[in-house]
Design a protein around this ligand. Structure first.
Ligand code: AVJ
Length: 326
């Protein structure tokens, strides 16, 4: 396989570190304190997340695997093309991408696969997981979603299928999801497709367990953000003095992750030349993971200009991959 890595000019490590610094300054100065889930994915974070996806409690990945395994050839028949661009936003380790790619290859379709991920580590894991094939070209893009999409679209004019799997969309609130999908609709050509993964509303105990796994991986994943701030911005967070807390908010319809300061303490961050005060059990909000009903998905589709082609679900109806067309 030819694996080509595309990176944009003028946006590298430094710009990303500045962004992180601004986010941390803003978020830790706010009341209540917050940080963005976007920054979970440094190398350690990406590896921890991959382990989460393989843990039994985090059912989302297994359910989506079940769906994609079942529908991969069906998808290739529905989207019957000689050649296609598959653009994956937040590609991760590529194990799900492989299932979809295989469907198209088996159908005799030439595939140009453009995984887009902000983590270079994810891109390395992905390279190891995608099986080479003479009808498959891979162009890895280390970038944010729309930067990457713009870069890819400037290079090709094939029919495009955008993958946004794994309930990545769950990190956006309702307005952000709408905004994101509208922007996607604007960016694509008529007849292009998107396949999006939605985690469904379900028994609260099942949801809560997924974000509080037995092995403590989710706790480590969340606390790693504090470690990242220590490492990249010269912070002095003591990780053993913060506690992971994951809880379902039924009004929002979202899991929410926090880290709580287990005592009154001060944290200094060198790159910001600032000290932040924490009360005992004060929270930092880290992440929303929004959950959906079938109706939520249909409404979202209608509100954002797409045409709903088909909802694919698993045997227990825990998860939906929804295929839409521009
Ligand atoms: C990658 C955003 C889909 O919200 O379920 C997993 C991230 N956070 N465990 C999710 C996550 C805690 C995950 N997404």
């Amino acid at each position: 396989t030819h694996f080509r890595l595309l990176t944009q000019n003028g946006h590298g490590q430094d710009a990303e570190e500045d962004q992180l610094a601004i986010e941390v300054l803003t978020g830790l100065s706010a009341q209540p304190k917050h940080l963005s889930a976007k920054y979970f994915y440094d190398d350690t974070g990406s590896e921890l997340f991959q382990k989460i996806t393989q843990h039994e409690d985090y059912y989302l990945t297994a359910k989506e695997f079940e769906i994609l395994t079942r529908i991969s050839s069906q998808l290739a028949h529905l989207i019957d093309e000689q050649e296609i661009d598959i653009i994956e936003l937040g590609a991760g380790d590529g194990r799900k991408s492989q299932l979809i790619i295989d469907g198209f290859l088996k159908n005799g379709c030439k595939v140009n696969f453009y995984p887009i991920d902000i983590s270079e580590k994810a891109m390395v894991m992905l390279q190891e997981n995608i099986v080479p094939n003479e009808k498959l070209a891979i162009h890895g893009v280390v970038a944010e979603y729309f930067e990457g999409l713009k870069l890819v679209r400037s290079q090709s004019s094939n029919k495009q299928l955008v993958l946004f799997l794994g309930s990545n969309i769950g990190n956006f609130n309702r307005e952000q999801s709408q905004g994101f999908l509208r922007k996607l609709w604007m960016s694509l050509n008529s007849q292009d497709y998107i396949l999006t993964g939605y985690d469904l509303k379900k028994d609260v105990n099942k949801l809560t367990a997924a974000y509080n796994d037995e092995a403590g991986l989710t706790a480590r994943f969340n606390l790693n953000l504090l470690h990242r701030i220590n490492h990249e911005l010269g912070g002095n967070f003591k990780l053993d003095k913060f506690q992971h807390y994951g809880i379902y908010n039924p009004i929002l319809g979202a899991m929410e992750s926090y880290v709580l300061s287990t005592e009154k303490q001060a944290v200094y961050i060198k790159a910001l030349q600032r000290t932040f005060q924490f009360d005992a059990y004060e929270a930092i909000h880290l992440e929303y993971s929004f959950k959906f009903t079938k109706k939520d998905i249909e409404d979202l589709c209608e509100q954002t200009g797409f045409k709903l082609i088909k909802n694919f679900t698993d045997a227990n109806e825990h998860f939906i991959d929804s295929l839409w067309q521009v």
